[in-house]
Design a protein around this ligand. Structure first.
Ligand code: 13P
Ligand code: SF4
Length: 310
């Protein structure tokens, strides 16, 4: 069944001059057939570079919107338009407008996990792999409104030492549920393991407090974890992020052991995408994502800044 679906998808890709871009959290069979697999920043960059006419985003809605904003001449499809993001839903445009009124001179930095309407009200976007760099590129005397992820924002405050960053109180329910106890217990049961933590995790502060003689902790985006695991001499890693990433970590590093800090850290939205839905997306052109021109013009500015900061 899986092989038949893969063949059908391959044929439809050729027919429609399409490519499939998948996020690192997608289920294994989708990762394996993707033309490009990466973190949010890499997917945005790849969408911009691609010469295909149709981009199928195997990921969540804001990723498809981001591709549509960056590539207005391409057809962007998401195989399930209900694939949202609990983190992106933690702030509405009305809330951001009223927050900006409290700090009229502040620079707004939005994590890419936001709607196009929030991006349009922002000065910069960032992803987990470049949030620190983006904030460092902003005048140190300017107040910053960082949204929507509280844990990523706190990490940026810790790394930059800036006192003028105001952080929104949003969270991703998947990463917030990775608790200190789960992570510490896993690390203690595997002496010598390295700990890789995504900055959206509620356990980041606790992870960094683990003494180096017990475990080395690194706070990294999903692509950052992949790069680190390839180059580290360690052979065992405890990974605090969505468990879909383990597929790629294990595939790329067959001699190393990867353990989830929390085995149930599964994003229900990422897992709404299936091979059947990708096939039907290509077959029937469902579901197109097109950001309206006026909104796109505004949302493009912070996104281009994000891509340029690198
Ligand atoms: P990155 O892959 O950019 O680290 O993003 C994590 C995430 O939660 C995407 O929704
Ligand atoms: Fe959103 Fe969290 Fe799922 Fe990422 S893992 S898409 S932040 S709900």
């Amino acid at each position: 069944m899986e092989q038949t679906l893969v063949k059908e998808i391959e044929a439809l890709k050729v027919k429609h001059n399409a490519v499939v871009l998948a996020h690192n959290y997608e289920p294994g069979p989708i990762q394996d057939l993707a033309d490009f697999l990466g973190d949010s920043l890499a997917l945005a960059r790849w969408a911009q570079k691609s010469t295909a006419e149709v981009l199928v985003l195997a990921g969540v809605y804001f990723m498809a919107e981001t591709a549509s904003i960056l590539c207005p001449d391409k057809t962007v499809l998401i195989p399930d338009s209900g694939a949202g993001c609990s983190l992106a839903d933690t702030i509405t445009p009305e809330q951001l407008i009223s927050w900006k009124k409290q700090y009229p001179d502040a620079t707004v930095v939005s994590y890419v996990n936001t709607s196009a309407a929030i991006k349009a009200l922002s000065d910069y976007c960032c992803t987990s792999s470049n949030a620190v760099k983006v904030v460092e590129s902003i005048d140190p005397d300017r107040d910053i409104l960082f949204l929507p992820d509280f844990f990523l924002g706190s990490h940026v405050v810790r790394m930059t030492g800036r006192k003028n960053i105001h952080v929104w109180n949003g969270e991703c329910h998947v990463h917030a549920a990775i608790e200190n106890e789960d992570m510490v217990n896993k690390v203690r049961r595997h002496p010598g393991a390295e700990l890789l933590v995504h900055p959206e995790c509620g356990c980041t502060t606790r992870a960094l407090a683990i003494p180096p003689k017990e475990a080395t902790s690194r706070v990294l985006s999903t692509d950052g974890m992949l790069f680190y695991a390839r180059t580290s001499p360690a052979d065992t890693f405890v990974v605090a992020t969505e468990v879909g990433l383990l597929h790629r970590l294990r595939k790329e590093n067959p001699d190393k052991t990867f353990l989830a800090a929390h085995d149930d850290a599964l994003c229900p939205f990422m897992n709404m995408i299936s091979l059947e839905k990708i096939r039907d997306s290509l077959r029937y052109g469902r579901h197109p994502v097109k950001v309206a021109s006026a909104l796109r013009t505004k949302a493009l500015i912070p996104l281009e800044r994000m891509v340029a900061v690198g």
